[in-house]
Design a protein around this ligand. Structure first.
Ligand code: SF4
Length: 166
């Protein structure tokens, strides 16, 4: 399964919009295999964050991660950025599955991303330190681990937020 607008649209059961916007980009989706019905359509930041950012092309898992963020009230931009940092730390041998409560996180593993998203939401086990955001997670791990660009201590979104020069 690949990620693109046409694939996302297949899951939409109802379109939603802001007010009277004639181009409704929001919606309700259904993913029976994940036990999800009437949940929010993943938006751009979520699809990039839990999708391409993690080399995960399973939209149903992206949707499940998005739903977990909504249910636990955690930020999808920050959570997915922390998972990308964790994938890189695993790749570099700085972070082990034992430190991730036995979860085999690697690039492209949407199932592991979902399991860790739930842990970040509940604060269970490694979720207690992963859930504090990418910069604090890197500080917790130590071992020379560094982070991707942050604004203050928060992970950067996938859109540019620079001020316009005058
Ligand atoms: S394009 Fe989407 S986000 Fe923008 S106003 Fe319309 S519904 Fe809202």
């Amino acid at each position: 399964m690949k990620l693109d607008g046409a694939v996302v649209d297949k899951y939409v059961t109802k379109k939603l919009s802001c007010g009277d916007c004639p181009m409704p980009c929001k919606g309700i989706v259904k993913v029976p295999k994940r036990g999800l019905s009437d949940v929010r359509r993943p938006d751009y930041e979520t699809i990039v964050g839990f999708g391409a950012n993690l080399l995960n092309d399973d939209l149903e898992l992206v949707t499940a991660c998005h739903d977990a963020c909504n249910r636990y009230g955690i930020d999808a931009v920050s959570s997915s950025a922390t998972l990308a940092w964790a994938c890189e730390a695993v790749d570099k041998g700085l972070l082990t599955s034992a430190e991730l409560d036995g979860i085999d996180l690697r690039w492209g593993s949407g199932e592991a991303a979902l399991a860790l998203t739930v842990k970040m939401g509940t604060g269970d086990g490694c979720g207690a330190w992963l859930g504090n955001g990418v910069q604090r997670a890197a500080a917790h791990l130590g071992k020379g681990s560094t982070t991707s660009p942050c604004m203050s201590t928060a992970a950067s979104p996938r859109t540019t937020t620079r001020a316009s020069p005058r």
